[in-house]
Design a protein around this ligand. Structure first.
Ligand code: CDT
Length: 312
């Protein structure tokens, strides 16, 4: 039995700081409507889909910061999205800023969830590789304060059996780290769902060409797909948010590493691909048959040490 899933990559255009959750959710529902018309069974939305990419703002007022987060999911603002998806029988994934109550304490995470066709949240991932910095940095042309607003996620890279396949999630900067894909690869992942918000300029290197940033985006997701024999669905929030441009270039990547669907705009745009999960098998059973070819006895440094230790 072929395991083909028609997947929609729902790139979102910019959200301004002044935009309400309703603005975001209405646009997500618009994309979901398109996905239904095109026969999608699973739709992937970006990282922090409900707000502007707020880590570019240096905020000290706790209430202002917490106003960017969700304390419940679904909540009043997102329920219409859950309801519409359930009505259509479409599964979906999206990212948001989460306040979680754990052991009587409030924790702030950059999270994403996987929701099945019946509207149940079946998976949650909290971002591991938080980029940027934790305090205002006057040396940058704009801020990237993820380390100020979020704690390192405590979920690790899990996978979920779902729709006759094995699915995983990661978020934005995670896609640049080979460990992200390999940990999921070792659990047999067949499709990685990921959202991103990537500035089109480097705040610490003004002359870095936009083409290079696009190239690095593709390089990471294509290598992650190929080296683990998995589909990767990498979906952006794009366009100019409050004067700051984000990359588009959302893509659906085949286990061969080839991009088979790609957005053309920096606005709300749906890309669609029929993804056969069995296309993973050839790679997993030949060049990347981990059981036959991996040599973990030589990989100890990867988990035993964090930074570089050079020889004397
Ligand atoms: N959202 C996110 O993780 N963005 C990062 C920007 C890194 S530059 C500080 C990314 O890897 O695309």
């Amino acid at each position: 039995m072929p395991r083909v899933i028609r997947v929609g990559g729902a790139q979102m255009g910019p959200l301004q700081k002044s935009d309400s959750r309703k603005v975001a959710v209405d646009r997500m529902i618009g994309l979901l409507d398109q996905a239904r018309a095109r026969g999608c069974r699973l739709v992937v939305f970006p990282e922090l889909a409900l707000t502007t990419f707020f880590p570019r703002w240096n905020m000290d007022d706790k209430r202002e910061v917490d106003g960017c987060f969700e304390t419940q999911m679904p909540n009043a603002a997102t329920k219409p999205l859950f309801d519409r998806a359930k009505e259509y029988g479409i599964a979906f994934a999206f990212g948001y800023a989460e306040i979680a109550e754990e052991n009587g304490e409030r924790h702030h995470y950059n999270a994403s969830i996987l929701v099945d066709e019946a509207g149940n949240i079946i998976g949650k991932y909290r971002k591991t590789h938080l980029p940027g910095h934790s305090e205002f940095d006057p040396g940058r042309s704009f801020q990237h304060l993820e380390k100020k607003y979020f704690e390192v996620g405590n979920t690790g890279f899990r996978v979920w059996r779902f729709m006759d396949g094995i699915f995983g999630m990661c978020i934005c900067n995670d896609r640049r780290w080979p460990e992200t894909y390999r940990v999921m690869g070792l659990q047999g992942v067949e499709m990685v769902l990921l959202g991103f918000n990537t500035p089109s300029a480097n705040s610490q290197r003004a002359d870095e060409p936009r083409e290079l940033r696009d190239f690095h985006n593709d390089l990471c997701v294509q290598a992650g797909a190929y080296q683990n024999g998995t589909w990767v669905v990498a979906i952006a929030k794009a366009g100019v948010e409050d004067g700051h441009e984000l990359l588009g270039g959302s893509a659906i990547v085949h286990p061969s590493g080839q991009i088979i669907a790609r957005t053309q705009t920096s606005g709300d745009e749906l890309i669609v691909a029929d993804c056969d999960l069995d296309d993973c098998n050839f790679y997993k059973e030949t060049i990347f048959d981990f059981a036959r070819h991996r040599r973990p006895e030589h990989y100890g440094l990867i988990t035993g040490q964090t930074g570089v230790v050079r020889p004397d």
